[in-house]
Design a protein around this ligand. Structure first.
Ligand code: NAD
Ligand code: UDP
Length: 323
């Protein structure tokens, strides 16, 4: 297949492109680098079947080639990023999704939307099945991301119902692993970098809120299985084990052997208090469940962050030497 991956220079998009190329497909990666990095796709040029287009998908995009599949992953994803880029986030979820659905319709391609557990907001149903409609504050600061993704899901279903586009929706829960930007503000990257540098671990609130952290290899497997299937609606992709943020902090400190103190900070507005996927549907549809435990996943991810922290420190030393 020839597959378009938007958001290819980001964390998940780059891993997905790699997997699709290894599966023997051609990939056209699209990104405007708003939160992604050129080096996340640099290594993909070893594949003749990979090409890259620098483009903002909120603007129309046309390809002459036959396209068989589109994985629409472009969007700021870290709360820090989308709070800094509220309009871009709303535009990529709405205009960007519309443009990519238009391409899917014209090309007869399967379209897979990267949606999110944030569509459940601060949930009243726990764990969250796909049938739960969510509890989202549309006018709160996080609304720019949550509502963009909810609109993206709605327009995806409309293209499926009214234009017969073959669609799928991956509701992805907190995923972590190599190629997350060390400074992107998400909890796993923050805690690991802080622990490695001996800086205080920034726990928001009392750290009693929960999340279910999925290693990127598990997430990619689930997303690809959904893409290869013909299932139309939303499917949760996430790890079934739930941890408090304090438990995560303790695990990171143990695994890094760091003595960083905890710094308890104010809880962000509308921060969901609990989050855990009900993954019965993914199990039933394509026999998928996450297999990497949080501790194992942190161990797998540490070497990447160690390299990042070392190269950042080396760059800082060079700058200081030049002063
Ligand atoms: P990321 O920030 O690392 O990657 C997003 C990529 O999209 C970046 O490379 C960015 O430059 C690109 N992008 C953003 N707006 C664009 C635009 N208008 N045109 C072209 N490119 C654009 O984030 P990620 O964690 O890799 O997330 C990827 C997707 O998965 C997002 O849609 C996100 O909402 C979704 N998701 C991720 C998680 C997670 O835990 N990582 C959870 C739920 C959903
Ligand atoms: N969090 C934290 N310290 C940080 C970053 C995040 O305690 O330095 C908390 C945040 O308040 C949330 C959870 O960790 O409850 C997960 O945050 P993240 O930004 O990774 O993703 P979210 O699930 O909120 O989209």
């Amino acid at each position: 297949m020839r597959i378009v991956v938007t958001g290819v220079a980001g964390f998940l998009g780059s891993h997905l492109a790699e997997r699709l190329l290894l599966d023997g497909h051609s990939v056209i990666g699209v990104d405007n680098y708003v939160t992604g990095l050129p080096r996340n796709v640099g290594h993909l040029s070893v594949f003749d079947s990979f090409s890259f287009v620098e483009h903002d998908v909120t603007l129309p995009l046309y390809f002459d080639e036959k396209i068989d599949g589109i994985l629409h992953f472009a969007s700021p994803a870290s709360p820090v990023d989308y709070l800094e880029l509220p309009i871009q986030t709303l535009k990529v979820g709405s205009l960007g999704t519309h443009n990519m659905l238009g391409m899917a319709r014209e090309k007869g391609a399967r379209f897979l939307l990267a949606s999110t557990s944030e569509v459940y907001g601060d949930p009243h149903v726990h764990p969250q099945p796909e049938t739960y409609w969510g509890n989202v504050n549309p006018v709160g600061p996080r609304g720019v991301y949550d509502e963009a993704k909810r609109f993206a899901e709605a327009i995806t279903m409309a293209y499926q119902r009214y234009h017969g586009v073959e669609t799928g929706i991956a509701r992805i829960f907190n995923t972590y692993g190599p190629r997350m930007r060390p400074g992107d503000g998400r909890v796993v990257s923050n805690f690991i970098v802080q622990a490695l540098q001996g800086d205080p671990i920034t726990v928001y609130g009392k750290g009693e809120q929960t999340r279910s952290f999925c290693h990127v290899h598990d997430a990619v497997e689930g997303i690809v299985r959904l893409f290869y299937s013909d299932y139309v609606g939303p499917v949760n992709i996430g790890n079934q084990n739930e941890y408090t943020i304090l438990q995560l902090a303790e695990m990171v400190l143990e695994e890094t052997k760091s003595t960083s103190p905890l710094n308890m900070l104010r809880m962000p507005v509308d921060d969901p208090k609990v989050r855990r996927p009900d993954i019965s549907l993914a199990r039933e549809l394509f026999g998928w469940e996450a297999t990497v435990s949080l501790r194992e996943g942190i161990r797998k991810t540490l070497p990447y962050f160690k390299r990042e922290v070392e190269s950042r420190n080396a760059r800082a030393r060079t700058i200081l030497d030049q002063l």
